[in-house]
Design a protein around this ligand. Structure first.
Ligand SMILES: NC(=O)c1ccc[n+]([C@@H]2O[C@H](COP(=O)([O-])OP(=O)(O)OC[C@H]3O[C@@H](n4cnc5c(N)ncnc54)[C@H](OP(=O)(O)O)[C@@H]3O)[C@@H](O)[C@H]2O)c1
Length: 305
């Protein structure tokens, strides 16, 4: 239900066969300069302790794998146990360190268990990536109260709860970082996504104020604002791989003003690692669009005053 609603909004009919076929011809070649983030060393996060909410799929999974490959110990959560264990196994099989914990970010006790348990297991916390989220698509007046509550409880309250339990550990450690996965939806409107955009603007506000509140403790708090990213959140399950590849081209062409392509989860993961890197030690309170140009395009459309 959740995924179904979200996909409808993003695809918005553009994935129809005709539209897809016409636009495929316009596909630009892939962005060429993609290298995993390394900073100045091969494993810039060696020994760092990372927590990620919602890493059973999509951006969270890619970020867990990228942090582990860069030397971090990664504790992550999500509700789907089979996927959580699979991600944990994949990371360990490639020589990384990760631990999956079943947790639901809507539930305070569950979040506290995840956060405190991960701190006990790895002996601290350096970087938190609060990523878990869902999307519903519906016109505002047709949205149910249950949908509003579920989305806000996951996307906004879930981030609040994670920060509430993580920050004391970061204060005790004398500093650290929180990165929240917001969305470019926090800064642009889109029909049938009013709840989602509202939830993402809420977490941006949390980030800005928390950055001021905890800067004196050496804690940096930032948000990343991904654009449309190829994850289960937006992929219609009924599409086969070939059709989905074509649909993504159409999505990029129609909805991304700059690079004209949707993002891969790895591209967003690498941006998270870059934000978390020691070289960005003066970056705090920022909401960084990593969106192929969506936000820039919308800004240019604002009427002149
Ligand atoms: N894909 C995009 O175009 C896009 C663009 C901008 C921002 N984002 C944001 O990126 C984040 C990750 O989404 P995604 O695109 O990677 O989609 P995804 O593959 O559906 O990942 C969502 C993750 O959040 C977890 N999650 C959802 N509800 C949860 C809950 N109550 N408790 C714990 N974990 C929960 C899911 O795990 P379980 O289902 O196993 O619990 C899953 O691991 C979200 O915050 C989303 O809003 C996505």
């Amino acid at each position: 239900m959740t995924h179904e609603h979200s996909r409808r909004a993003v695809l918005g009919g553009v994935a129809g066969a005709g539209a897809v076929a016409g636009l495929t011809a316009l596909a630009p070649s892939a962005v060429a300069d993609e290298q995993p983030f390394q900073g100045r060393q091969a494993r810039p996060f060696e020994g760092k302790i990372v927590q990620i909410t919602g890493a059973t799929s999509g951006i969270g999974e890619a970020t867990a794998k990228a942090f582990a490959a860069a030397g971090a110990k990664v504790a992550f959560c999500g509700r789907r146990r089979n996927l959580g264990r699979e991600v944990e196994r994949a990371i360990r099989e490639s020589g990384g360190e990760a631990t999956y914990t079943h947790a639901d970010v809507r539930d305070p006790r569950s979040v506290q268990r995840f956060v405190d348990g991960a701190v006990r297991r790895y002996g601290g916390l350096d970087i938190a990536f609060n990523n878990a989220g869902i999307q519903y698509s519906a016109r505002l007046h047709e949205t149910t109260l249950e949908q509003w509550d579920d989305l806000m409880d996951t996307n906004a309250r879930g981030v609040f709860l994670a920060m509430k339990y993580q920050i004391p550990h970061l204060i005790d450690a004398g500093g650290g970082q929180v990165i929240v996965n917001s969305s470019v939806g926090a800064v642009v409107g889109r029909p049938e996504l009013s709840l989602y955009q509202a939830s993402k603007q809420a977490v941006q506000a949390l980030v800005q104020s928390a950055a001021l509140e905890y800067g004196g403790h050496g804690i940096r708090v930032n948000a990343i604002l991904p654009g449309i990213t190829d994850t289960p959140m937006i992929r219609p399950p009924e599409l086969d791989d070939a059709t989905w590849e074509q649909a993504k081209v159409a999505l990029g062409q129609l909805n991304v003003d700059g690079l004209k392509t949707v993002a891969t989860p790895d591209q967003i993961a690498q941006a998270v690692l870059a934000m978390a890197a020691p070289g960005f030690g003066y970056l705090t309170g920022v909401s960084l669009p990593v969106d192929g140009g969506v936000a820039a395009g919308r800004r240019m459309l604002l009427p002149e005053r």
